[in-house]
Design a protein around this ligand. Structure first.
Ligand code: SIN
Length: 287
């Protein structure tokens, strides 16, 4: 930290294992080096950081994302972009159920979404995701975040020993929100990654599989891997490892995809929800 110009950041944890609210910064203005260092530390310490009451342009959103690393490219091929993406700067994705001519203007429009890691289905997944809320329903649509560190640290030692050093297979059709819902586009991506991921900055290990996208374990039949994965999903999603975010307009959240999964609650189909999303690019995960 810069001792001549220390950060005014206040950090308040939001649950025992994951999430902190960060107060004292107006993100519509460029941040000092000390503030950038302080928000990066808070992100690594708390996995999910929450800024309330922000008023940001798309340029601001990209600038704030870049404080945490290079901006990630959208995974979905442009041919499958929903119509609202035309209004976005490169690197920004729209999540919305608002419809024009009967078609959603954004991605992932409706209802509940299973726990997942953004971009795990890519060879080089993105480290973080930043989501900014512009319109929210009067109830529902909460986003839940589960700490992969807490799940790893408390995992049954026999299951841990059986899976240590193994890799899982991931598959995702862009647009799908429930495993096997058939709602995704034709575009898909698949990958293989360690079941327990070591964070490149903190050195801590997390569970690195999720209910929406993880389809098998390398070198095992489906019959053998399915119950092991089910046990891992159930453990990872335990309520005691979760922070539930109730959105307000102007919230900006950044979560770490290396060490957490997230899910979304259902919300009324006839109420508008509009969010803008960026990602922080990642690097190759060591085997
Ligand atoms: C996402 O998984 O990126 C979307 C989460 C949400 O809409 O709350």
């Amino acid at each position: 930290m810069n001792v001549m110009n220390p950060s005014k950041l206040e950090v308040t944890p939001l649950s025992p294992h994951i999430g902190a609210e960060l107060r004292g910064l107006d993100l519509s203005k460029p941040l000092s080096e000390a503030d950038v260092a302080a928000i990066n530390k808070a992100w690594l310490d708390h996995i999910v950081i929450v800024f309330r009451g922000q008023t940001l342009t798309q340029e601001d959103h990209l600038r704030v994302t870049s404080y945490f690393g290079p901006i990630g490219k959208l995974g979905r091929p442009p041919k499958f972009f929903p119509p609202g993406f035309k209004s976005l700067l490169p690197g920004i994705m729209m999540i919305s159920n608002i419809r024009e001519n009967g078609e959603p203007i954004g991605a992932l429009p409706d209802g509940e979404m299973m726990f997942h890691h953004d971009m795990i289905h890519h060879e080089i997944p993105h480290d973080g995701t930043m989501l900014y809320s512009l319109e929210i329903p009067t109830y529902g649509g909460d986003t839940l975040f589960a700490s992969g560190y807490a799940a790893y640290d408390t995992l049954d030692p026999a299951l841990k020993a059986k899976l240590e050093g193994k890799r899982a297979r991931h598959f995702y059709n862009y647009g799908s929100t429930q495993r096997g819902d058939g709602k995704g586009t034709e575009a898909h991506a698949e990958s293989v990654h360690p079941i327990f991921r070591t964070h490149d900055k903190t050195g801590r290990k997390s569970t690195y599989v999720n209910r929406l996208m993880t389809v098998g374990i390398e070198g095992m039949s489906d019959a053998e891997s399915a119950p092991l994965l089910e046990a891992l999903f159930d453990h990872t999603e335990k309520p005691e490892f979760v922070y539930r975010h109730k959105w307000k307009v102007g919230d900006l959240l950044l979560w770490d995809n290396r060490s957490s999964t997230h899910a979304r609650d259902d919300f009324p189909a006839d109420q508008r929800r509009l969010m803008l999303r960026t990602t922080v690019a990642g690097s190759v995960i060591p085997a």
